[in-house]
Design a protein around this ligand. Structure first.
Ligand code: SF4
Ligand code: SF4
Length: 483
């Protein structure tokens, strides 16, 4: 594995003790042009559009139910994802989704390094957008450096004010869009237009606005390098067959500026390679590193240095690909003029990750298909533990909660199995329990065992609910206590 240490941008003098925090150096990424920039821009626009438009997508679930395709309804404790309706007891789907996301990230990293970070991570997408705004208002890298180092005059103030105003507007739109995933989007948008956003939602919108503004406007690459744990984990997920952005040192070194009076044959004879040390690859890098120093923890595999270098190579008449996505094993082969093995998609670790995703995804799909539409929980009264009635019978009381996850009211017959002769008596009537559609219905239930029927202490008790509409049976276990 190549050097994964963070490249030091401001090395201390040799005698000075190493600083605890690296001094922050503002990065002015130059605009890159090329195929990876185009892919990044297309993904940025697509993902931003998806984020903004998804809450507006409708999904008919029938009368009385929200028609928002994706809705995290915290108030009624329901998550709606198209045809899927998740109750709090479905928390394991969330666990499954997180496992799928994590293993998917492992797989992507094993195949192509930090492509998630470079192309689709929200931090990258929003930072890209903010940098575009910066370029649009303040100009490209050189103009921005000159502006920051120049006089603080009216022009400077106007540009800075315009940039921060647009940044804040984007941050505010991001916060407002994020809230729409938790409320009815059209209704809440109307509230927003009437300037009645509500105190809780206002708090969240302001929080999201502040996070977006700070993380995309100011923290940028520091989030990827210092805050996100992923760079530390990725080293363990890469192998010599993973694609990473690499500088082909066997072809590029020794580096020296191009001289007009020197032909490429003379340059080669002088021990010089294709790298003309123009630093174009460093100038476009959003994390400010020099990929020619080897693979580094800060590299987010965005490919912009590839675009920059390919552009330089085209202009000096050399083949592209001096910086490219490549594997460590191919690099090692090329360094000794050996033909590299073709890229291997199927490897032990990619097979394992794919299998884990298949198993977890399959279990989640099965869970959705076989999901019961009723859930019962039973809580036994603790005070008193039991009551001895005048005829010597012993009575225990329970709270039964029925989650009716269907769209129709349901009736259930309740029977018990435990102490001999035990019978159920629902408060106020026969052992028939009802549950309104899409609700959690609570019932008080008494179970009586005739005198002498229940053993002293605890006896297992099974409550069986039989749905009258289709005969579906659901059971819950508890205990019956007797003196
Ligand atoms: S852009 Fe290419 S030629 Fe220029 S410094 Fe980087 S690697 Fe060398
Ligand atoms: S070194 Fe290249 S691929 Fe890595 S972050 Fe910088 S520009 Fe992107």
């Amino acid at each position: 594995m190549q050097n994964l240490a963070r490249s030091s941008t401001l090395p201390p003098p040799p005698s000075a003790p190493a600083p605890f925090y690296a001094p922050h150096r503002k990065i002015y990424p130059k605009a890159a042009r090329g195929r990876f920039r185009r892919i990044k821009s297309a993904l940025m626009l697509g993902l931003l559009a998806l984020f903004a438009l998804l809450p507006w997508l409708r999904w008919d679930r029938g009368a009385g139910l929200p028609d928002q395709a994706i809705l995290f309804d915290l108030e009624s404790q329901r998550f709606y994802l198209f045809a899927l309706e998740l109750w709090p007891q479905h928390i394991y789907y969330l666990t499954g989704a997180m496992i799928l996301a994590a293993v998917g990230l492992f797989l992507a990293t094993a195949l192509a390094g930090r492509v998630w970070c470079g192309y689709t991570c929200p931090q990258t997408v929003w930072t890209d957008l903010y940098v575009k705004v910066e370029e649009w208002i303040e100009g490209d890298r050189g103009a921005r450096i000159r502006l920051d180092n120049g006089p603080r005059n009216a022009g400077w103030l106007a540009k800075k004010a315009a940039k921060h105003a647009v940044w804040l507007l984007i941050a505010l739109a991001t916060g407002a869009s994020a809230i729409l995933y938790f409320v009815d989007a059209p209704g809440y948008a109307a509230d927003l237009l009437r300037f009645q956003p509500g105190p809780v939602a206002t708090g969240w919108i302001l929080f999201m606005t502040a996070c977006t503004y700070a993380m995309a406007g100011f923290m940028r690459e520091q989030m990827c390098v210092y805050v996100c744990p992923w760079p530390r984990i990725q080293a363990a997920l890469l192998d010599e067959e993973s694609l990473t952005v690499t500088y082909q040192d066997w072809r590029g070194d020794g580096r020296a500026p191009l001289r007009k009076d020197q032909s490429w044959t003379e340059r080669s004879a002088a021990g010089l390679g294709d790298c003309i040390d123009c630093t174009a690859c460093v100038q476009v890098c959003p994390t400010g590193i020099d990929i020619r120093d080897g693979l580094q923890m800060d590299c987010i595999s965005c490919g912009l240095c590839i675009d920059a270098c390919d552009d330089v190579m085209a202009r000096i008449g050399r083949p592209g690909g001096l910086i490219r996505y490549d594997t460590e094993s191919a690099q090692a082969a090329k360094a000794v003029a050996r033909k590299p093995e073709p890229y291997r998609l199927v490897r032990p670790r990619t097979i394992v990750y794919s299998l884990v995703m298949l198993v977890v995804g399959g279990m989640m799909a099965l869970g959705v298909l076989l999901e019961p539409t009723v859930d019962v929980s039973v809580l036994r009264d603790r005070a008193p533990l039991y009551v001895t009635l005048s005829d010597g019978a012993v009575q225990n009381s329970y709270t039964v909660k029925i989650s009716n996850m269907t769209r129709a009211p349901q009736d259930y017959r309740l029977t018990v199995a435990g102490p001999k002769g035990a019978a159920v008596a629902v408060a106020g009537g026969a052992a028939l329990l009802n549950a309104e559609p899409d609700t959690v219905q609570t019932h008080r239930v008494h179970v009586r065992a005739p005198a002498g029927a229940a053993a002293a202490g605890s006896t297992p008790l099974t409550l069986t609910l039989t749905r009258l509409s289709d005969g579906a049976v659901h059971q819950a276990e508890t205990v019956f206590l007797a003196p």
